[in-house]
Structures are given as structure tokens and as C-alpha cells.
Write a protein of this length. Structure first.
Length: 597
């Protein structure tokens, strides 16, 4: 590792990168760059971003005016919507019907072919018709089993008093969520008894404390646990292969044996590869562990970092709600069109179809833009913590970083999010054009890898922009150079680190669900699935929220570590890194036979 750093960019090149006088002492280089020395970056892309949003508005307004959410209930063959009083069109005498008391749409004909089938709004379904949601279909269109299942499902959705069940067992839901949340019980105390909540330690905060006090044990425990679990799976599959006749009847054993053999060989190869990678990257995992320790220190030094992803979540939730609302209107939009002399329907035109896809693209761009803001705000705060000589007196690093991002670098985020959006559009287009399944799988694999790399490079560009205040493309070039010279370390930090964090999130969710099963004992009913669903999403949300912050912190610390190793030598120019990380660097130098100077 030390060798790769020594061959990387010379420290003086940072002066050129930051456009400073050539004779400036390296000691005078400030990281992160002061706000007064920054300028607005990539403003034209922020303008493009705003113009695209403004261009979407007239298309949305037109489509929403031509849409009606009530059409989801269905309309008859003259375009009259069931359950409401309809407008009159002079061109068709059958329009303008008052169906306030006829909320259901009855469709005559086979459910397999409803095109041009006769439709009318009715008070209730006729005999030998079954109601599925708000539409009545002929019973003979379905098999007896399908008919019964659909009726029961429809009845459950219509008549279920789900809210009363949730209210009755609200304390169980709150308790189960609190067990998974831990540190967020202050937000939940209004829903439950404070003495009850204060007596529990959450799974989430328990995992955080494990990372804080036993980082190496957690990392190696997760990696070792995965290898052990994989070994058990491999053993079970081989046992099935050698005892196939005891498990499967003789008539089917021969045909199944080859499939089990292929599965056993495949899993064995995968397990051996994982084992070899773990052994090969043993020393690199030590870097991951050290960065995790530093990330924990930074997280505890700036506990308000956890609220940045929460704000991001609510912003994205608003975007998704607006996307769902506008998409629902667009999908119901249309112009009343006559197909035959007695059959009319609402036909969408090219403008409405374009609006639907344009709306999706803009919404995706906005979500990537919001994620970019989160990433750069956290990166700026963590960089401030890393480079600060007095880590006990940071001031307000999060609010300072947020002000810098919103004042100077929204254009760079708009540029990065636009690149990600363009790659996603190309991937979607190529995937839709591929007719062959094998070709489509290859396209998805290749374009998925490209999209992942673009996101990875964009994140590192955001980190460099947060540190040095330079435009997205220039920061991306420097980030690519650093990544190139630290490829093995980058692989270990990203793949091993992301894998460990992913497994930690999975453990939080699984343990929370197991505890919920115990809490829900004695309260089982047909609605229990809703409780488990709530707890699952709450625990998953909290796990993803915290570890998203943690992952960004680790990535930022690594880029700071690389810059620190390039800019300083630990002697004439002291490192900004902590003593623990410095000792790790020195040990790595000894390992690679480098001189300390």
C-alpha cells in the first residue's frame, strides 16, 4: 500500500490542481478550502437542471388537466366514469350520465379478451358476476379456485378493519420498532410509555457499539461467519448429492442427481474463491478495519451527521409521492375518442406518452441530485474533521459544509447527477431494444457495471469538490488518478467494506424481525403481516440511513488519507491523520520494505 502511495501524484501537483502560486509553501495549503477562497462551480449545469424542470411543468399541467383519477374506477363504453356525475359532450348524446349511485363497472365478455367488450356502470354486480375491486367480471371467465380467491381478496380489501387492529396492537409495533431503532426512541416516546421504551436497548445502537468497541472482531466475525455459512451450505449440497436416493424417490433420483452435482460444484467454486479473496486481502482488510475505527470516531464527534440522510429521505419521499401522483394523472389522461359508433374510450396522445417518460427521467435526475447533496455535505464535514488539528473544536462543520455546498457547488452536483441520469437512460434504451434474453442479460450486466462505476467516480468527485472546491470534471480527473494509484486499496475499501456494512444491515433487520416474532406472540391474526411489514421497513430504513452516513464517512476518510499521504511525509510535514492510522501507514511501509523518510 505504501509503495502505491509513494508512486502517486507528487505533492506539488496539488498546487497546480488548486491553481496556487508555484512558490507557495505546502504548509499553507488549506484542506478543506476556505469558503472565501471558493467560487461557484459548474453553474451552467445548474441552469440546465432548472430549465429542464421548468420545461416539464407545461407538459405536466396539460396531462393533468386531461386526466381524471376517478377513471381508475372504470368507465362505460361511452366514457362516463362510474360513481360520479359526468360532463356532457355535444358530439355524443350518450355522455353526461349521472352515475353517482352506480359505483361499479360491469364488463360483459371473457376476461381474457376485454377489448371492445360491452361495459356499463351498475349499482351492484349482477348474478353470476364476481367483483374484483370496483369491476364486475363474468364468473365463467375464471376457474372456481381463482374465482373464490379473487372474491376473498376483494372482500378483505373492502371490508377489513385494518386500522382497528393496528390501533389495538400499537404498543407492540412501537416496542418492536424501538428495539430495532434504539437511538431514535426519543422520537417515538410520544407513542408509548417512556418507562417501557427506556428499558430496552435497540439492535441498531447495539450494532453501533459493537463497531465502536470491537471493530476488528465485527469485521472478521462477519467475514468468518459468511465463510462458515457458505461451508455449511456446500456440505449440505454435497450430502444431498451422495444421499440423493434417500431424499428423492428412485424414479426421480437419476434426473435430479446431475442438477445437484452442478449446484454442488458451483457453490464449492464460489466458496473457494471467497476463501482465496479473504486470504489474499488479509492485509487490506486491516486498512478497512482502521478506516472503520476512524469513521466511528468521526460519527461520534459529529452525531448530527445521522440527520443528513433523514432529511434526504424525506426530500426523496416528497419527490416519489409527487411522481406517483403525477404519474397516476398522466396514466388516466386522454382524449375521448370514438372507436366504433357505440364505443368510446380515453386515448392518450404522443404528448401524454412523452410526458410520462419525461416525468420519470426528471424525477430520477432530482433524486440523484438530492443524493449528491447529501454525499457532498457529509464529505465536507468529515473532511473538516480529518484535517482539523484540534478535533475537539470543530465549530459547526455540518452547517458550514451545507452552506458551502448550497452556495458554491450545486452546479457540480447537477453535472454529476446528469451524467448518472444519461447513463441510466442509455441502459434502459439498450435493454428495451434487446429482444433476445441472453443479449438483454449481457446489456444489463455491461451497462450496470458502467453505471455503478460512474456513480462511484461521481461520489469521489463530490468528495474532492468538497475538499478543494474545484469543478466536477476537474475533481473527477484527480479522483480517477488517486483511484488508479490505489486500485487494490480502493477495491478492499469498497468491496470488503460495503460487504461488511451490507451484512451488518442485514443482521439488524433479521434480529429485529426475530424479536418482533417474540413480541407478537399471542397477537396473531390475518393482519399480523402488516406489523411485520412495518417493523421490517422501519428497521431497514434506520439501518440503511445510519450505514449510508457511515459508508460516506469511510469513503471520505480514505480520499483524505490518500491526499494526506501525498501531501505530507510525516516528518518535515506532519500527517493530519490520527496516530492509529499513522501507525498503520508506518507498519505498511515496513511491510513493503520502504524507508520511513
Amino acid at each position: 500500500m505504501g509503495e502505491s502511495l509513494s508512486k502517486a501524484t507528487k505533492p506539488e501537483e496539488l498546487v497546480v490542481f488548486k491553481k496556487l502560486p508555484a512558490d507557495i509553501p505546502l504548509d499553507n495549503i488549506e484542506i478543506p478550502e476556505k469558503p472565501e477562497n471558493r467560487s461557484r462551480t459548474d453553474r451552467k449545469f445548474l441552469i440546465i437542471f432548472g430549465v429542464v424542470i421548468l420545461l416539464l411543468l407545461p407538459f405536466l399541467i396539460h396531462s393533468m388537466i386531461m386526466g381524471d383519477l376517478a377513471r381508475w374506477r372504470g368507465y362505460d363504453q361511452c366514457g362516463n366514469v362510474c360513481g360520479q356525475n359526468n360532463d356532457k359532450y355535444n358530439a355524443w348524446s350518450c355522455t353526461g350520465q349521472d352515475y353517482t349511485n352506480k359505483p361499479y363497472l360491469q364488463v360483459y365478455g371473457s376476461a381474457d379478451n376485454l377489448l371492445l367488450a360491452r361495459r356499463e356502470c351498475v349499482y351492484s354486480c349482477y348474478e353470476n358476476y364476481i367483483k374484483i375491486f370496483s369491476t364486475c367480471y363474468a364468473r365463467e371467465s375464471f376457474s372456481d379456485d381463482d374465482s373464490t380467491a379473487m372474491q376473498e381478496k376483494s372482500k378483505d380489501l373492502d371490508d377489513a378493519d385494518l386500522s382497528s387492529y393496528l390501533n389495538k396492537h400499537a404498543w407492540r409495533i412501537v416496542l418492536a420498532c424501538f428495539v430495532s431503532l434504539g437511538k431514535f426512541h426519543g422520537c417515538l416516546v410520544i407513542f408509548s410509555d417512556e418507562k417501557l421504551t427506556s428499558s430496552f436497548v435497540g439492535v441498531g445502537i447495539g450494532m453501533v457499539l459493537l463497531f465502536k468497541n470491537a471493530t476488528a472482531a465485527v469485521v472478521w466475525g462477519i467475514l468468518g461467519g459468511v465463510l462458515l455459512f457458505g461451508l455449511i451450505v456446500v456440505g449440505v449440497i454435497w450430502y444431498m448429492y451422495f444421499n440423493i436416493e434417500k431424499i428423492i424417490p428412485n424414479s426421480e433420483a437419476d434426473s435430479s442427481q446431475m442438477g445437484v452435482l452442478v449446484m454442488a460444484i458451483g457453490f464449492t467454486v464460489i466458496w473457494l474463491v471467497l476463501l482465496c479473496v479473504t486470504i489474499f486481502m488479509y492485509k487490506k482488510v486491516q486498512l478497512v478495519i482502521q478506516l472503520f475505527k476512524e469513521a466511528i470516531k468521526a460519527s461520534f464527534a459529529m452525531p448530527l451527521l445521522i440527520f443528513v440522510p433523514l432529511i434526504t429521505f424525506f426530500c426523496e419521499l416528497i419527490v416519489l409521492v409527487l411522481l406517483g401522483f403525477t404519474s397516476a394523472y398522466i396514466l388516466t389522461s386522454g382524449v375521448l375518442t370514438q372507436i366504433t359508433y357505440d364505443y368510446l374510450y380515453y386515448a392518450s396522445n404522443n404528448v401524454m406518452n412523452f410526458t410520462f417518460f419525461f416525468n420519470l427521467i426528471v424525477a430520477f435526475w432530482i433524486t440523484q441530485f438530492i443524493i449528491g447533496i447529501q454525499y457532498m455535505v457529509i464529505a465536507g464535514a468529515v473532511a473538516k474533521w480529518y484535517w482539523s488539528k484540534n478535533k475537539q473544536d470543530l465549530g459547526k462543520p455540518i452547517s458550514t459544509s451545507a452552506r458551502v455546498v448550497f452556495k458554491f457547488h450545486l452546479g457540480s452536483i447537477a453535472f454529476g447527477s446528469m451524467v448518472i441520469t444519461v447513463v441510466a437512460i442509455i441502459r434502459a434504451l439498450l435493454s428495451s431494444l434487446a429482444k433476445n434474453n441472453n443479449l438483454k442479460a449481457c446489456v444489463d450486466l455491461c451497462m450496470g457495471s458502467i453505471e455503478s462505476f460512474v456513480k462511484f467516480l461521481s461520489k469521489n468527485s463530490y468528495i474532492l469538490t468538497a475538499m478543494h472546491g474545484k469543478p466536477f470534471f476537474k475533481s473527477g480527473k484527480r479522483a480517477a488518478k488517486i483511484i488508479f494509484h490505489n486500485a487494490v486499496n480502493i477495491a478492499s475499501v469498497n468491496y470488503v467494506g460495503d460487504f461488511v456494512l451490507g451484512m451488518a444491515q442485514l443482521l439488524i433487520v433479521l434480529i429485529s424481525m426475530l424479536i418482533t416474532v417474540g413480541i407478537m406472540q399471542g397477537a396473531d391474526s390475518e393482519y399480523s403481516w402488516m406489523v411485520y411489514l412495518i417493523v421490517f421497513f422501519v428497521s431497514l430504513f434506520i439501518a440503511v440511513t445510519f450505514f449510508a452516513t457511515f459508508e460516506t464517512t469511510v469513503d471520505t476518510l480514505f480520499m483524505c488519507f490518500c491526499e494526506d499521504s501525498l501531501l505530507n511525509d510525516g516528518m518535515s510535514r506532519p500527517y493530519a491523520m490520527s496516530r492509529d492510522l499513522m501507525e498503520f501507514v508506518e507498519n505498511s511501509k515496513k511491510l513493503y520494505g520502504e524507508k520511513k523518510d
